[in-house]
Design a protein around this ligand. Structure first.
Ligand SMILES: [Fe+2]
Length: 177
């Protein structure tokens, strides 16, 4: 049994607000992709899907004269730093294991290489989260504007939770044999 599920995270108003701001459809799709990649790569699916769901919650927009200014964004963006901090705070508040909360927060921090530009070698968990994000990216940041309802998101997260629970209980059973 996990301490915190994706559904628990989505029930938190603080989480829902930021997930919607950065694009709920993108967050849920990246969590689904992270689940598949984590299974392929032998990475912990619980950590990978939480980091993927929350990877963009530090996002905000950079406007100049009412228009998105991508140059300004690239120059000044720290969304991964803000996101890592917010995710850590909400996970601890929900009762997450502190070691897991730290791993998830660091995976969020490293999901973009805009600060370290290839100078850091990512762990497989961090790599899975970054690859899942890249797999859903569209030109001009359009992936942030895809729309799903909160009810659809809830359903998709509940399905992912069920898959992760089944997988974790199977591995616990194998360990205890
Ligand atoms: Fe993203």
């Amino acid at each position: 049994m996990r301490n915190v599920s994706l559904t628990n995270i989505f029930q938190l108003p603080f989480a829902r607000k930021y997930l919607k701001r950065a694009g709920l459809a993108h967050a849920v799709t990246v969590a689904q992709k992270a689940y598949d990649l984590a299974c392929q790569e032998g990475v912990n699916t619980d950590l990978a899907t939480k980091a993927a769901l929350l990877h963009d919650i530090g996002h905000y927009t950079w406007y100049r004269d009412g228009e998105w200014d991508f140059d300004l964004y690239k120059q000044n963006d720290i969304h991964a730093i803000k996101g890592a901090e917010r995710a850590h705070k909400m996970l601890i508040r929900l009762g997450e294991n502190p070691e897991a909360a730290k791993e998830i927060a660091v995976a969020i921090l490293f999901h973009t290489d805009s600060y370290f530009q290839g100078t850091v070698e990512r762990t497989s968990l961090q790599e899975v989260v970054a690859m899942a994000d890249e797999a859903d990216e569209e030109p001009n940041g359009n992936h942030h504007y895809k729309v799903i309802s909160e009810a659809e998101a809830e359903e998709m997260l509940a399905e992912l939770d069920a898959l992760i629970e089944t997988q974790h209980s199977k591995s616990h059973l194998q360990q205890s044999v």
